[in-house]
Ligand binder design. Sequence first.
Ligand code: ATP
Length: 510
Amino acid sequence: MAAENLDKIVSLCKRRGFIFPSSEIYGGLQGVFDYGPLGVELKNNLKRLWWKHNVYERDDMEGIETALLTNRYVLRYSGHEKGFADPLIDNRTTKKRYRFDHLLRDQTPEVRLTLAQGFDVTDSEDYESVALALLDEPTRAEAALKAAKVIDPEDGKPGDWTEPRAFNLVFKTQVGPVADSESFAYLRPETAQGMFVNFKNVLTSTNRKLPFGIAQQGKSFRNEITPRNFIFRVRELEQMEIEYFVLPGEDEAAHEAWIQDHLTWWVEKVGLKRENLALFEHTKLSHYSKRTVDILYKYPTLGFDELEGIANRTDWDLGSHSKEQDSLGLSANTAEKAMRNEHSTEKLTYFDQPNNRHVVPYVVEPAAGVDRGVLAALCEAYDEETLENGEVRVVLRLPPALAPIKVAVLPLAKNKPEIVAKSKEIKKMIQASGDIRSVYDDTAGIGKLYRRQDEAGTPLCVTVDYDTLGQSRDGGTELVDTVTVRHRDTMHQDRVAISDLLTYIQAHIR
Ligand code: ATP
């Protein structure tokens, strides 16, 4: 049985050491989490699979790691200083704060209709448009919200609402010893901007020709109004993003190719079932986007929600970060709407040799959340299996490449020094063979150890027993130097010669 709600996953993560609330002994920090011993392995495995697929297995990609601290002008010209805001509202009675569009989403259709009619919004079910219309006239909105009896989900009663207002999600921090209004930097809200502003550096240092892309993984920070749903919406998040640069005119085909490629990747490599994924075509586009398609995953409790967004951002970004924009032949939208850049020292252009022209490349951006990927992988893998004896076994059926531990070596008797020594020797041998994460564990009886590894998602358990030492109870020695290998998913056991063990393991964790 799959996890019917997120609480099951949260509880497993705490119990087994995947994910903990951050700063927990001081009451935590809202929207911030720490990855524990199993979590860090799972997360690294997911990132490694992504990097392998998107960088190593292609011939048109370069990796990069840019700084988290960001010059203010980067976010001024990217549009984040002005536009990276969510609408916010407070209830004076309950002191609860909400993302305004989400509050409207959670009202009855009748309430939305009343508000929409009062603010000339034609589609009252389009709660984002209703929120935007009210945000434009905050004073009138405050009265309208009271008149429409907008309910606070906290107490189920009509709230005493403040004016809705825009709230910028970017974190600011002080840089250097002197605190004045000029000495601040931003913590990046996405990894993307570091790739745009390094476009020329990567281009000239690698001699790339279009099309080519830059990939980056790393932390980003967003001061989310209501972080919630475990690691789905956090304030300190990790992203895996690609900026894929193409000649104008080649953008639409490249965009479609990335959508299909990543949809397939989530299914084939991360093990998400195709029926638990959906594509969502945005109808209301951001100012920079020509087309945006989200890959949604069906999270328990939440339903379908965004795992990755793939946008065709045209020449918006390189155009916005360039000097002398009027000379660049920018697309009409970028030329009209991008801020005049008075600080950049570069033209982020590409010399298109066959056509003897300088162009500002278009960019396609597949942007995925690492935390949301980890959560999807955990939700998909979680299974409660009822055994023949009625016992319920919790097992994480992770693809072996994602499993935090690949092999656990378990001694049948921890008070038998030869069994312990042999087990440790085997663990060492497996670990020395490469990057197969292997552990030795003798902290409980064998049944309990198996269950623990099932919950950790370990595909194989190797057990060393009396037969391994040639000390079989019936006196037989045919099993000397063999071990039992137990499979997580089927609980099937094989007897394998130690000399064949590495080959056997490699064949089963691929
Ligand atoms: P949402 O609409 O859910 O706020 P977004 O459209 O703002 O997300 P993007 O800016 O496209 O997200 O970021 C790319 C990816 O980063 C998202 O698809 C998501 O997986 C991840 N992401 C964004 N914000 C968060 C967050 N607060 N917590 C965890 N992951 C996030």
